[in-house]
Structure formats: structure tokens, C-alpha cells
Design a protein around this ligand. Structure first.
Ligand code: SF4
Ligand code: SF4
Length: 203
């Protein structure tokens, strides 16, 4: 059976529109109006924006620092974790929640006293889609996503992040932003400076 192909019909232009290029002039009016508006793009990498707090950037790994959620107090009994050490309870929930679980390499060991201790926590970010499901699943707020987004690298090996890097990243992030309210935009003044009042073109 022959397949019918539908073509869009050419719009019918009046003689006035044909002679005076009305559509072209209307298009240019919009171009000229926007040409003089404040630029909303940034000249990256010379100019860098701070992403909102809930931005899903490179992962960080929190340590035991007294700011753990109540669930940590319960789980801590089964672990050997000193102040300043990773607060990971090696529950593998992050790995279970991840659409690409192979990217995690988490290992824990059992100590002679019967308690568990984290030995290894690596992530291969080449396979990460930055969905944030791992952070949602963590019962002790250990794995987090920070505002760091410059992760390009010349080697694949550099895309594998290790516990120590992640701990430092989380410390830096928390130092700068822990007390900041969780909101989509950095701050109302900054937001309006960047974007102003949104006006829909057909209003
Ligand atoms: S952000 Fe998503 S893809 Fe990346 S490690 Fe977490 S769960 Fe996996
Ligand atoms: S979910 Fe949290 S506590 Fe559990 S293994 Fe992952 S980082 Fe560690």
C-alpha cells in the first residue's frame, strides 16, 4: 500500500506581505529588541556561576562530625567509626539504588571485635548519570552531591574518585554551603539580577 506523504502547505501571503517583507521586519524587530537586552549567558570559563545548593555535581562523602541524622546513632553500634572518619555504614543502599551499580566499589571488613569497618569506597564517574538516587538512598547522609561540576579529565583513571577525594570535597562543600537554605535559586537578588522578571513573549 502506498504511503501518503503530507507536506506542509506554504503559507498564503498577501501582496502587501510579499512586497514589504512584513514577516522579515517582524522577525528583525524581535532580534533588535533582544540585542539590547541584558545578556543572560556567562563567558565560561572566565565567569562561573555558583549552582543552586540542590545542584547534582560531583559526589562527596561525609565523615562522622556530630551532624549525622538520628539513624546513624542506631547503625553506629555495629561499626567501628571514629570522629573524622567516613560515616559510611557500608549498607550498599547507594549501590542498590544506582541504575549502574557496577560503578561503585564498596568494601568493608569485619574486625576481631565483630564490628564492621569501611575499607574502600570508589566510584567510576564515567558511568554516572548524576541522577542523585544514591544520595537519596543513603540512610546516614554520607554520600552527597556537591556543587562541583568541572570534572573533565584527560584520562579515564582520573574519572574514578576515591574515598579521600570525596571526603575533602564534602568538607569543602559543607564549609561553604551547609547552612545555606535549600532552594532552587542561590538567592532572590542574584536570581533576579541574572534573569529578571520572566516575561512570556505572547503576553
Ligand atoms: S548519581 Fe545516579 S548514576 Fe550516579 S552514582 Fe548516584 S545513583 Fe548512580
Ligand atoms: S548508602 Fe550511604 S552508608 Fe550505605 S554504603 Fe552507601 S554511602 Fe555508605
Amino acid at each position: 500500500m502506498a504511503v501518503k506523504v503530507k507536506y506542509l502547505e506554504r503559507p498564503h501571503l498577501t501582496n502587501k506581505e510579499r512586497i514589504f517583507f512584513i514577516d522579515f521586519i517582524n522577525g528583525m524587530k524581535i532580534t533588535i529588541k533582544n540585542f539590547f537586552r541584558k545578556t543572560i549567558t556567562t563567558a565560561y570559563p572566565y565567569e562561573k556561576l555558583t549552582p543552586p545548593k540542590r545542584f547534582r555535581g560531583t559526589h562527596g562523602h561525609r565523615v562522622k562530625d556530630g551532624k549525622e541524622p538520628p539513624s546513624f546513632k542506631v547503625l553506629e553500634k555495629f561499626l567501628e567509626i571514629n570522629e573524622g572518619e567516613s560515616r559510611c555504614v557500608a549498607c550498599y543502599m547507594c549501590q542498590q539504588a544506582c541504575p549502574v551499580p557496577e560503578l561503585f566499589k564498596i568494601e568493608a571488613e569485619q574486625l576481631p571485635n565483630g564490628k564492621k569497618r569501611l575499607k574502600r569506597f570508589d566510584m567510576n564517574l564515567l558511568n554516572c548519570m548524576y541522577c542523585g538516587l544514591c544520595t537519596e538512598a543513603c540512610p546516614v547522609d554520607c554520600i552527597i552531591m556537591t556543587d562541583e561540576y568541572e570534572t573533565a579529565s584527560y584520562t579515564r583513571a582520573n574519572c574514578v574518585i576515591h574515598l579521600d577525594d570525596m571526603v575533602e570535597r564534602a568538607k569543602d562543600y559543607d564549609r561553604r554551603r551547609y547552612n545555606e537554605p535549600d532552594r532552587i535559586w542561590i538567592d532572590d537578588t542574584e536570581r533576579s539580577k541574572l534573569w529578571g522578571q520572566i516575561k512570556w513573549s505572547n503576553n
